[in-house]
Design a protein around this ligand. Structure first.
Ligand code: KG4
Ligand code: ZN
Length: 333
């Protein structure tokens, strides 16, 4: 089954073509330049930018896959969670194509896409532990099967990517700032112990996360003009976030007897998180897997994987399917 997949849940316009041989094309048009000068995503601008980009992005994906719309056999798109004005653009274009062509259509939960993205690269046996770390989410799941996701923990305040982005803004770095902090810390071999930022440890909700404390202490450190070099502050701030992600994840893996830990979402591109999770995971006897970089940040290939699996199981959504900003994911979702 050759599937066209569309993803517009936030600020990336993405389309992909997948068939039984895997991903044939995956195109992502970033809006970073549009939102960069505001230091954060402006929802209305994101929707308008999706409207401009969506058809050229689909055309590029079809051209890269060396197919035309006539070759597409089913359509899938993200229908939540996310910015509703952004979701509506991709969802409506997907439904329009399905309507015009009389093709089967299914909507996909964006979080399911992230949790399954690893399967585009390699097989992983169920159940596995899935840490989802992005700009909007920081949650831990037991991925029991396709469509069965048991949430074990979540952030109590900011998402890890949000903490990186807000920290980067305080440091006067560009948007989105996570990548920038990572780059600065790595390029100059920043001293990770230069500043000792606090690590939140939550008693209730064993596998929960919290990043507001580290964010506040960075603000205070800068107000007090602590004096460390920028790359050292970046490395220390990053180290605190990474440690607060790795500790509950390893604890959950031990408690639940999972053998594989999969880290996905935009923050899984973080080089220090990759190193620490892999080394600490291996030392504790776990297999730690990350999707390739292009499938870590928002993309339509992961939506295509989840959508195609659902379509192959015979699942369909009616073309009245609406976008949902807060679409939950869970067992049987
Ligand atoms: O998954 P994603 O592309 O979008 C959603 O939030 O759904 O994640 C974007 C987030 C941003 O907060 C960005 O700063 C962060 O991922 N990010 C990183 C890195 N690359 C992207 N954070 C830390 N280190 C990175 N290398
Ligand atoms: Zn995402």
């Amino acid at each position: 089954m050759r599937v066209l997949a569309i993803e517009t849940s936030c600020d990336d316009t993405a389309a992909a073509v997948l068939d039984d041989r895997g991903v044939r094309a995956s195109i992502v048009a970033s809006q970073d330049l549009v939102h960069g000068k505001y230091g954060g995503i402006v929802p209305e601008l994101a929707s308008r930018q999706h409207l401009l980009a969506i058809l050229p992005v689909i055309e590029r994906a079809l051209a890269d896959a060396a197919v035309t719309l006539d070759d597409i056999e089913a359509v899938t798109a993200t229908y939540g969670p996310g910015l509703v004005g952004s979701l509506l653009v991709g969802l409506q274009v997907a439904k329009g194509i399905a309507f015009d062509r009389g093709l089967p259509f299914v909507g996909v939960n964006h979080l399911e896409g992230h949790l399954l993205a690893i399967l585009l690269d390699r097989p992983v046996a169920f159940p596995y532990l899935g840490l989802l770390v992005s700009g909007g989410h920081t949650s831990l799941y037991l991925v029991e099967d396709l469509g069965r996701y048991r949430q074990l923990g979540r952030t109590r305040d900011d998402a890890a990517g949000e903490a990186f982005d807000k920290g980067a803004k305080m440091l006067g770095l560009g948007f989105p700032g996570g990548r920038e902090i990572d780059r600065r810390a790595a390029a100059a071999a920043g001293d990770r112990a230069a500043v000792r930022f606090p690590r939140a440890s939550l008693k209730r909700g064993l596998y929960d996360f919290s990043f507001s404390g580290v964010k506040t202490s960075l603000r205070q450190y800068l107000l007090d003009d602590g004096g460390a070099a920028l790359e050292d502050v970046c490395a220390s701030f990053q180290e605190a976030i990474v440690e607060m992600l790795v500790t509950p994840t390893l604890k959950a893996a031990r408690d639940l007897g999972a053998t594989t830990i999969v880290v996905s979402g935009g923050v899984s591109a973080n080089s220090r998180l990759r190193t620490v999770m892999t080394e600490a995971g291996a030392a504790a006897g776990f297999d730690v897997a990350f999707p390739r970089f292009a499938y870590c940040t928002d993309n339509a290939a992961m939506i295509g994987y989840a959508g195609r699996a659902r379509l192959l199981r015979g699942e369909r959504h009616d073309l009245t399917l609406n976008a949902s900003a807060t679409l939950p994911i869970g067992v049987g979702a």
